[in-house]
Design a binder for this molecule. Structure first.
Ligand SMILES: *[C@@H]1O[C@H](CO)[C@@H](O)[C@H](O)[C@H]1NC(C)=O
Ligand SMILES: *[C@@H]1O[C@H](CO)[C@@H](O)[C@H](O)[C@H]1NC(C)=O
Ligand SMILES: *[C@@H]1O[C@H](CO)[C@@H](O)[C@H](O)[C@H]1NC(C)=O
Ligand SMILES: *[C@@H]1O[C@H](CO)[C@@H](O)[C@H](O)[C@H]1NC(C)=O
Length: 425
């Protein structure tokens, strides 16, 4: 699957990696991320998943990609699936050397919480904590996700207490082992019927040991020539002004209008939003069938079964024009400084746990969480009806140039379009 790297290049890469300098760890105070030197941290990230299971094992590849990401102006990547085993140090150091942080999911295809068969058990917990143990050792691990889009349908909210149970158990493990308090968050699909209930539920209640440390949203609402109001970003922002923990876009970068100009970055990292949001991760680094790539490693080919979907997944990254430069230009002008940690006294407190709604959110208030080993049985928990179900599945396609204030089930449309290509979404 991978290109062979010449030994000359491998040697140069090897030397570069030995000069890694320290990177300041990220921690959370109130609703903001800070580096250890007390500066607020805003994410300018890219989604990075070259191979389905773990792209952080090929040091040479990470090194060339990290260099180009640095040129792009990125300071973070998110990786949907990594493994607990194998040597991640080469890749993590290569990214650290370029000032790039990593957000990684703790789950894999086999261990993720599944909205169609909801349970949370010891095997899952053990798998999650193994990944945590592996990545906690790297200073540039900025955070971990308990899941990505566990809930993809308006009728999937019964899984929410299981997400929270996973947070509780992984946090308990982290804190009892006295390892670094790597922030633990969740990356949500953009489902109108569940907003803002899901984001509030994951931080509600009186027990912070059961709450996520940060929330992130995969949103493709700003398409083509849009604006803060046309895209609906203003409405999203209205509902997060009092949010007690950091929140950011864990996927953004609508591609229905070409070329992509990434103008939404100027809103997210600008005056209107930078007091409330902590930046964005652009979907995605590698070009694939879904056509979201910022770079490609070569032309699509029909020739080799070993190349997933025909897209080369390693080699020299070539920027896709003009998208790569468009994003680079946006980010170059956007450097919010936020507040100094020393000057910041958080005032937001957890919201009340949301009541169930008639059109989707089924969890009524601060229900007791499932125990480890529990399986969801329909009818055994809350109230509400499942009428919201089909709304997401019929999904609007991602926005038009005119934009929509609120796009129902966008991510489902995306998954539908890309199913089979983008199966780790
Ligand atoms: C946990 O659930 C998984 C399926 O997600 C199953 O394969 C595994 O056997 C279960 N483990 C335990 C301890 O029940
Ligand atoms: C904001 O929250 C209100 C309820 O509190 C909800 O009706 C509305 O849909 C939310 N808006 C967005 C954009 O999530
Ligand atoms: C790959 O196959 C498709 C149809 O199967 C064809 O249209 C396309 O030209 C081929 N591409 C290459 C690079 O051979
Ligand atoms: C949710 O809706 C989908 C599509 O309508 C359906 O297939 C699924 O069974 C529903 N799930 C639940 C838990 O109601």
């Amino acid at each position: 699957m991978f290109f062979r790297v010449s030994s000359a290049r491998a040697l140069i890469v090897g030397l570069a990696v030995t000069t890694v300098s320290a990177i300041s760890q990220i921690s959370i105070k109130g609703s903001k991320f800070f580096t250890d030197d007390g500066n607020q941290f805003y994410i300018k990230g890219v989604a990075y998943q070259l191979t389905p299971h773990d792209p952080l094992l090929d040091t040479n590849q990470c090194t060339v990609d990290a260099s180009l990401m640095h040129e792009l102006g990125a300071n973070a990547i998110r990786v949907y699936h990594v493994g607990p085993t194998g040597d991640h140090k080469g890749c993590m150091d290569a990214f650290a050397a370029k000032g790039i942080y990593v957000f990684a999911d703790l789950d894999t295809f086999n261990t993720q919480i599944n909205q169609d068969d909801v349970h949370w058990n010891q095997s899952q917990l053990t798998a999650f904590t193994k990944v945590l143990d592996e990545f906690v050792q790297f200073d540039n691990t900025a955070g971990v996700f308990i899941g990505n889009e566990v809930i993809t349908m308006a009728n999937g909210s019964d899984a929410a207490p299981y997400i929270k149970a996973a947070v509780r158990d992984v946090k308990s493990y982290r804190d009892s082992k006295k390892i670094r308090k790597v922030p633990i968050g969740y990356s949500a699909a953009d489902i109108a019927e569940l907003r803002p209930m899901l984001q509030n539920y994951l931080v509600c209640g009186t027990d912070p040991s059961e709450s996520i440390d940060f929330f992130a949203l995969n949103a493709y609402e700003w398409c083509g020539s849009s604006s803060y109001t046309v895209s609906g970003y203003d409405q999203l922002t209205k509902n997060v002004t009092g949010y007690p923990v950091p929140i950011f876009f864990s996927e953004t970068g609508c591609n229905t209008n070409r070329p992509r100009d990434f103008a939404d970055q100027s809103a997210i990292l600008g005056d209107q939003m930078d007091s409330y949001w902590s930046g964005a991760i652009i979907y995605e680094w590698i070009e694939e069938a879904n056509d979201y790539g910022l770079i490609q490693y070569g032309d699509r080919t029909n020739s080799s079964e070993s190349i997933l979907d025909g897209y080369p997944r390693s080699g020299t990254p070539t920027p896709i024009s003009p998208d790569f430069n468009n994003l680079k230009s946006q980010w170059a002008t956007l450097s919010p400084t936020g507040v100094k940690e020393s000057a910041y006294s958080p005032t937001n407190s957890p919201p009340p746990c949301p009541s169930s709604t008639h059109d989707g959110w089924r969890i009524n208030g601060d229900v007791s969480l499932p125990t480890l080993g529990q399986t969801y049985t329909a009818g055994a928990t809350p109230t509400g009806t499942a009428t919201g179900s089909a709304a997401s599945a019929t999904a609007t396609k991602k926005g038009t140039a005119s934009g929509r204030k609120e796009i129902t089930g966008m991510t489902i449309g995306l998954v539908g379009v890309m199913f089979g290509f983008m199966w780790w979404l």
